[in-house]
Each structure stands twice: as C-alpha cells, then as structure tokens.
Design a binder for this molecule. Structure first.
Ligand SMILES: [Zn+2]
Ligand SMILES: [Zn+2]
Ligand SMILES: [Zn+2]
Ligand SMILES: [Zn+2]
Length: 127
C-alpha cells in the first residue's frame, strides 16, 4: 500500500479519514485555518498554499472597507457610497460620528472622509 503523506504535517496518514484539499491529502485534524487555527471541516479557502476559514479569508483577501481598511466578510453588513464599500459601523460622519444610512445626504470631503448634511451646513456657516 502506498503511504499517503499529509500535506499539513508531512506525516503519513494512517487513519481512514483523510481530506483532500488543494489536490493533496490531509489528516482531518491538520486542516485548520492558518490565522485562527480553527478546524476546517467543511468549507475552506486557500491562497498561496495556506488555508483559511471563511472569515479570515475574507478579512485578508476580500473587499476592504474604505473606513477602517479591514476586510469585509460576506456576513458583515455594509454600506456603499459612490463606488466605495464600508462596514456598517464605519459608515459614520467624521464630525459627529453619527452612523449614516444609505441614501442619507452626505458630503464627501475626500476619498474616505464624509460628513452628514448637518455638519456640512454648520461648517459652511462658521467659515
Ligand atoms: Zn497531518
Ligand atoms: Zn480562521
Ligand atoms: Zn470598516
Ligand atoms: Zn455629522
């Protein structure tokens, strides 16, 4: 019998249960996310030969939030403004920190700074 080597720990796989990931064989216990070390029993994502759980994969390689520059996972709620994407919690007025909703009037100051209408009017007033 040909000995199968685990792609994770390089030890032979003697158990009956092995997983095929990235066209290689793994001990079930060796398939874990390289970031949070959680066991990947169902779906896993890979990039450059490394394995990631869904969350960490999207954190790393997914669309980035314009506000905090962190990745956006598919389960995160997002807001869009122009062609930028923000976490719901990052979509706030930079003056009063009020969370803005889609469709609410806002004034973009530069790439990722925007203020609510109220603050915009106030700042115009004070100049
Ligand atoms: Zn292994
Ligand atoms: Zn993970
Ligand atoms: Zn964010
Ligand atoms: Zn505001």
């Amino acid at each position: 019998m040909k000995m199968v080597q685990c792609a994770g720990c390089d030890r032979p796989i003697l158990d009956r249960f092995l997983l095929n990931v990235l066209d290689r064989s793994w001990h079930a216990a060796c398939v874990h996310c390289c970031e949070c070390k959680c066991n990947l029993t169902e779906k896993c994502f890979s990039r450059d030969g490394k394995l990631y759980c869904r969350n960490d994969f999207f954190k790393r390689f997914g669309t980035k939030c314009t506000g905090c520059s962190q990745g956006i996972s598919p389960t995160d709620l997002v807001r869009r403004a122009r062609n930028k994407v923000f976490h719901l919690k990052c979509f706030t007025c930079m003056m009063c920190r009020k969370q803005l909703s889609t469709g609410e009037e806002l004034y973009v100051l530069d790439e990722k700074c925007f203020i609510c209408k109220e603050d915009y009017l106030n700042s115009r007033h004070n100049q």
